[in-house]
Unconditional design. Structure first.
Length: 461
């Protein structure tokens, strides 16, 4: 009679371990070598920085074909080699971009991918999961649908072309680096330059991650691996395009309204001389952000933005109190406000927003909302460097001016170039301010009549 072994937890564990080894390969296999050496590639300086990074976060900004995808592929493979059984996530917003670019660079044999052939254990095409012989695996996923990712555990994650991905998804993925028994849990980001977006803020802004290895790479650093004809073609492109895609600039990107912005429009803070005229501009929000900027004008007419305020979910009284508090006892020559606030009324009081601010101690005249002329004024001031913003104290203003985009879909549909509507309240404040023609002489206010965008005649200043 055949003997039946009693059920035990140890028996079940042994069966599960055997099944795991059959699916993923035994974890006792030791992977040897370096992906770059195996491929016969020479590391660039930036790639070496990436491969030797030991920080929690790696954020890599780079122009076209600067080698960041190869560098981070090498980093991921090295981590998987040194952490048998590690599970990695490599993701991009759209599946076609993930398939045609990131995945091919990582392991496509026909294109000489970074992953050494001798390391590969199995490839499950339907699940888009690559398993190495030491049991480590990498899952390739697009982020248009993140169902299930929020409950998984990873040893590391890499978001390629992160500027395409919503910040909240990236934040969620940082919480999933919880796989046990790993030596480290890296979170990697690679991106082209796209202004002061969330990736820039994670690297340099108030929300910056720590510890972080930040890499900035020009395409020219990788010129030894690129055809000469390709480099010549890139260097023949328009200057603004080169600044972003060849040399790499956070202040230049496609669709940028103020694409002439540069470091010359930013200055170190200094005490405002007593004789300079000071101005304020307010863009009130109803259920959205409210913004205010303070600026002073020097004797040559250069406008210096030296302070800003931005808040949401507050009453007019609360916003006005905050603006008055920040102003202190400064003599303000003029406060200018979104012209629509003279006609827009609150449902509870029946008074205009302008009147409510006035009752709360912030008297403002209505600005000129000629949108095209206002944008042209700001563009001219940026180009001529007669608009400067205090570094460190006014990062929110700098971010708004740099990230202010054209509505590309509207342009393609109607042929009309208009800015996108949204959260750029501080950029609107700067526009209202410059449309007021701020004078260096204190107390001088030019008054004129105009027709606002609703076709309503008004006297603003």
């Amino acid at each position: 009679m055949k003997q039946v072994l009693p059920y035990t937890k140890e028996c079940l564990a042994a069966v599960l371990m055997w099944r795991e080894e059959q699916l993923r390969g035994p974890v006792s296999v030791v992977l040897e070598g370096e992906p770059f050496v195996i491929r016969g590639m020479a590391e660039t300086e930036s790639q070496h920085t990436c491969l030797t990074a030991e920080t929690k976060f790696i954020i890599w900004f780079g122009g076209y074909r600067c080698g960041k995808t190869e560098g981070l592929s090498g980093f991921v493979l090295r981590h998987m080699r040194d952490n048998p059984g590690a599970r990695w996530l490599i993701a991009r917003q759209a599946f076609t971009d993930l398939r045609d670019s990131t995945m091919r660079t990582f392991f496509s044999s026909s294109l000489g991918g970074m992953c050494p052939k001798e390391w590969v254990g199995s490839w499950k095409a339907q699940e888009r999961t690559l398993t190495l012989k030491n049991g480590s695996e990498v899952m390739f996923r697009h982020l248009e649908d993140v169902t299930g990712l929020g409950s998984m555990e990873f040893a590391g994650a890499w978001i390629d072309e992160a500027a395409e991905v919503p910040e909240e998804i990236a934040t969620m993925l940082t919480t999933r680096l919880t796989q046990a028994n790993m030596k480290s849990w890296p979170f990697c980001i690679s991106t082209n330059y796209f202004g002061h977006n969330w990736v820039w803020r994670w690297a340099y802004g108030p929300e910056k991650k720590s510890p972080t290895t930040i890499i900035e790479t020009s395409m020219l650093e990788n010129r030894g691996n690129l055809p000469a004809e390709y480099i010549e073609q890139m260097l023949a492109m328009p200057e603004g395009w080169q600044r972003r895609h060849v040399y790499g600039s956070h202040e230049a990107w496609e669709g940028q309204v103020y694409d002439m912005w540069s470091e010359h429009n930013v200055c170190d803070p200094f005490p405002i001389p007593p004789g300079w005229a000071r101005y304020r501009a307010i863009d009130p929000g109803i259920g959205t952000d409210t913004g205010c900027v303070w600026a002073a004008v020097d004797p040559q007419g250069v406008v210096y933005v030296y302070r800003y305020y931005r808040a949401v979910a507050a009453t007019v009284k609360e916003h006005a109190a905050a603006i008055r508090g920040l102003s202190g006892g400064e003599p303000i020559t003029m406060t200018v406000m979104d012209p629509n606030m003279g006609a827009d009324h609150t449902a509870d009081s029946g008074k205009s927003i302008q009147a409510l601010y006035s009752a709360a101690g912030v008297t403002a005249v209505l600005g000129n909302d000629n949108l095209d002329l206002g944008i042209a004024k700001v563009q001219q001031a940026v180009h001529q460097q007669t608009l400067k913003v205090f570094r460190g104290l006014c990062e929110g203003v700098i971010e708004d001016l740099i990230s202010y985009p054209w509505d590309v879909k509207r342009l393609e549909k109607t042929g009309q170039a208009k800015p996108a509507q949204g959260k750029w309240h501080l950029a609107d404040c700067v526009r209202y301010l410059l449309m007021a023609d701020p004078s260096p002489a204190m107390g001088i206010v030019r008054q004129r009549s105009y027709v606002d965008r609703r076709g309503v005649g008004a006297t603003g200043y």
